[in-house]
Design a binder for this molecule. Structure first.
Ligand SMILES: *Cc1c(COP(=O)(O)O)cnc(C)c1O
Length: 468
């Protein structure tokens, strides 16, 4: 069986067949021939479906591949506008097949002869786009969540008193962040042992941006409570509403108090590629570290995240433990990427990103960012014109929150929740919802550049009639 399973001929046949299946699928999804974006069934129904499939025993996998395609949410459908995951470029997914077969992504140079140099080239490119000088570089890691944790570990190594890595923390450490920040910041702080008190959440203004005018007061209060603040995390942008915090103001505050500034640009940091939208992250070049997900607005299959440090040497202080069987020296060697990443074995993510750069150049990133942001602006204008719909806030990014208001205020939460449920079961569009100030809003992230105003008008007309 092993001989047969590793057979190159079988691979040739199966992979060709899968590529044909996927090409047909892409064609149907992108042309809207596929009737539904999400083939929604309840978790129990789906579990029963797969239990039944499993009970049928082993056999032809092309039938399994077919089912996986059919039963998945279709990100390449132009009416997909739910969570912030990109419909990946087919060519980048093809590079995923390449890296899946080679499997050379590892922490040590000898097991990542290609992926480590490519990772450095990509990190330096992104560092330049952020506006950092040649001292900056960074690494790729498995997702924004892990990148943010890694950044906060570096912040602790740089700013906490004593050597916390060696001796544990002698003080009660804390980070400051807006209440709208992604939940992974809260999680990272708790993983680092900061506890509930160690995650200081600042309120947001009516644009859902951090109230930077309150930074000083919260900082003084934290000090009075016996907390030692080490870092501030700016969201660029926030997840719920796509609001960009004022990085310049936060950077001024961090400079004044010698704090680490981390910019969580997992979603919106991609604007550094766009001349037009780069001003949204003005001041990002004053950050100590920046997270940017390639699998959100940058069209790479998940997971692929850059963590860039203004001073590259900071990245080597994060996990400064010895692993003699892996590393022969203590040096800051860029080519052993595992010295700076949480992962030991990791994906060859750089190959997918580099493939996009090779095939299309950086302009494709700018084009995608511009297209998605402009689409959101036009969509918001349509919402504003609709008599029974209202925006939660003017969108700054490609995320738009709005709700149906053609009913008494006391019923709106129920009605908007029901609209979203009905859309989910209907399946012709995929959008999500969020709660802001206790009010339920429908939430659209425009992730697919093939989405048109006609798609968005059809969505609004369906929502309007469901609401009525
Ligand atoms: C998506 C997102 C994250 C989490 O990133 P993953 O890649 O999903 O782990 C963190 N912060 C922000 C602002 C995000 O948009």
């Amino acid at each position: 069986m092993l001989q047969e399973a590793y057979s190159a001929d079988a691979f040739r046949t199966q992979a060709h067949h899968l590529v044909d299946q996927l090409a047909d699928y892409l064609q149907q999804a992108q042309s809207r021939q596929l009737a539904t974006v999400i083939p929604y069934r309840s978790p129990d129904e789906n579990l029963a479906f797969w239990r039944d499939d499993f009970a049928q025993g082993s056999g032809d996998v092309s039938d399994f591949f077919r089912k996986v395609i059919d039963q998945s949410t279709h990100l390449h459908h132009p009416r997909y506008m739910g969570h912030q995951v990109s419909p990946p470029l087919p060519l980048a997914a093809t590079a995923g097949l390449l890296s899946g077969v080679l499997n050379n992504g590892m922490a040590v140079y000898e097991m990542g002869l290609v992926s480590n140099p490519l990772e450095r080239i990509i990190s330096e490119l992104l560092a330049r786009r952020i506006g950092f000088d040649e001292n900056a570089s960074g690494l790729l890691t498995s997702g924004g969540t892990l990148a943010n944790l890694t950044a906060l570990l570096a912040a602790r190594a740089a700013k906490a008193p004593g050597d916390v890595w060696q001796h544990g923390s002698q003080e009660r450490l804390a980070v400051m962040v807006a209440s709208e920040a992604h939940y992974c910041i809260d999680r990272a702080a708790r993983i680092m042992g900061f506890g509930d008190a160690g995650i200081i959440k600042l309120p947001v203004n009516e644009q859902f941006q951090m109230r930077t005018d309150l930074l000083d007061a919260y900082y003084q209060q934290a000090a009075a409570d016996g907390l030692r603040v080490i870092a501030v995390v700016a969201s660029a942008c926030s997840t719920s509403t796509g609001a960009y915090d004022h990085i310049e103001a936060i950077a001024d505050f961090c400079e004044k108090h010698d704090l680490w500034l981390h910019v969580d640009g997992a979603h919106g940091g991609a604007v550094v590629f766009s001349e037009r939208y780069k001003p949204l992250v003005s001041g990002i070049d004053r950050a100590d570290s920046v997270t940017i997900d390639w699998h959100k607005m940058l069209m790479t299959p998940a997971l692929a995240t850059s963590l860039i440090f203004r001073r590259n040497e900071d990245s080597f202080r994060t996990f400064h433990q010895q692993a003699q069987y892996l590393w022969s020296s203590d040096a800051d060697d860029w080519f052993n990427s595992g010295k700076r990443t949480f992962e030991c074995t990791k994906l060859m993510m750089s190959v997918k990103i580099y493939t996009i750069l090779k095939a299309y150049g950086e302009t494709i990133f700018a084009e995608n960012v511009d297209t998605l942001h402009e689409l959101a602006g036009q969509f918001a204008a349509r919402v504003r014109q609709h008599p029974n719909l209202e925006l939660a806030v003017e969108p700054q990014s490609n995320i738009v929150c709005f709700r149906y208001i053609g009913a008494p205020v006391s019923e709106l939460n129920q009605i908007n929740t029901t609209i979203r449920q009905q859309l989910l079961h209907d399946g012709r569009f995929y959008i999500v919802q969020t709660t802001l100030h206790g009010q339920v809003y429908l939430r659209v992230s425009l992730m697919n550049p093939m989405t048109t105003m006609a798609d968005l008008d059809a969505l609004l007309s369906l929502i309007g009639s469901l609401g009525d």
